[in-house]
Design a protein around this ligand. Structure first.
Ligand SMILES: C[S@@+](CC[C@H](N)C(=O)[O-])C[C@H]1O[C@@H](n2cnc3c(N)ncnc32)[C@H](O)[C@@H]1O
Length: 329
């Protein structure tokens, strides 16, 4: 019933959404891509904004920076977010795209909520640990992630946001303009596909001797095989109890192997739209988590959490996207 009311309320809102989408698309093509700012970073950010306005996963920092971020700057914020908020508020609808933690198995519509839930749980468990507590948080390929600005009360962490300069600079400006406290955050410009990225982190104050949580969400697919492996190799030198949360597309999907021929093409095309490129996919092995266990094991790490989009027992929902947590034991 709530879904029906929401759909009816959305009908008069559609013209506003169309105008918003036209402006949004124009900004992607004319501002974001020419300035080499990551367009793919806007996708998970948009999903988190949707959860926020639905009230299912509160992310105040994400909402506050929206108007200072090119894509959601006015009038898009009002035309897209305020209108949808009104329909959600009146109808009380919280399903589908707006559900958090969302249904399992998740699908292409609910995967972002699933992904957020996986990493939220991973971080919250690591941060609430009393023994060998986490002292540093690093967000690799931070995009519009706001984890550094939503830490549990009383948690004193040194945070590092790592991304390429164009994306990082625009994010930093948005954080400053939104008046979000960020003294605990160091912004580190670097290219994760270059071997020197750890040097950039070290010269920014990162301490290799401190127990660390690394959030590597939505990034491995844009990196080379060497960059993924060297990042895990570097991570494995951190102190015991350090945790890395990372998600991977499957190698079968990235290569378009059966049964992902069509879906693989669509995903490549969607990323290409933003002038970005998918490179890395994880070989999943017989049991879906096998490849992740192997990759973790290769670097002396333990796979401590694993979830996937789709259902490996259903031929129509063959998994192509996995979420992992690896721990230095
Ligand atoms: C899909 S976005 C994910 C952003 C963020 N982690 C999130 O989940 O909202 C991918 C991010 O990785 C960054 N990225 C991609 N390749 C990179 C590289 N070689 N070096 C540094 N950052 C990179 C992009 O700039 C972008 O911010």
């Amino acid at each position: 019933m709530r879904g029906l009311i929401f759909s009816i309320l959305m009908i008069p809102i559609i013209p506003f959404l169309i105008v918003a989408l036209i402006i949004y698309t124009w900004r992607v093509r004319r501002v974001i891509i020419p300035q080499n700012i990551s367009g793919t970073a806007a996708e998970p950010y948009g999903a988190r904004l949707a959860l926020h306005i639905a009230g299912t996963r509160i992310d105040n920092a994400a909402y506050k920076i929206a108007e200072h971020m090119i894509l959601y700057a006015q009038p898009v914020k009002s035309l897209m977010l305020h209108t949808a908020w009104l329909a959600l508020k009146i109808s009380g609808y919280r399903g589908f795209f707006f559900a958090y933690p969302g249904p399992r198995p998740s699908n292409t519509v609910t995967m972002m909520s699933h992904r957020s839930h996986f990493f939220d749980r991973s971080m919250s468990e690591a941060f609430s640990r009393t023994e060998n507590s986490v002292e540093q948080l690093v967000i690799l390929g931070s995009g519009w992630d706001t984890s550094c600005y939503d830490l549990p009360e009383g948690l004193d962490l040194n945070c590092f946001e790592v991304d390429m300069a164009p994306t990082l600079n625009i994010k930093k400006q948005a954080i400053e303009k939104a008046g979000i406290p960020h003294d605990h955050v160091t912004f580190v410009e670097t290219d994760l596909n270059q071997e020197s990225w750890m040097d950039a982190l070290l010269t920014s104050g990162f301490d290799l001797n401190k127990t660390t949580y690394i959030l590597w969400e939505g990034v491995t697919m844009y990196l080379t095989d060497e960059a993924v492996n060297s990042t895990l190799a570097i991570f494995s030198t951190l102190p015991q109890g350090s945790v890395i949360g990372a998600d991977f597309f499957t190698e079968d999907m990235v290569k378009g192997n059966p049964p992902h021929e069509t879906w693989g093409k669509r995903v490549h095309a969607a990323i290409k739209y933003y002038s970005e490129k998918i490179m890395f996919g994880i070989p999943t092995g017989g049991s879906l988590s096998e490849g992740c266990e192997k990759l973790a094991g290769k670097h002396g790490l333990t796979l401590t959490k694993f979830e996937n989009v789709g259902d490996k027992d259903d031929k129509k929902k063959v998994p192509w996207y996995v979420f992992t947590e690896m721990t230095k034991k």
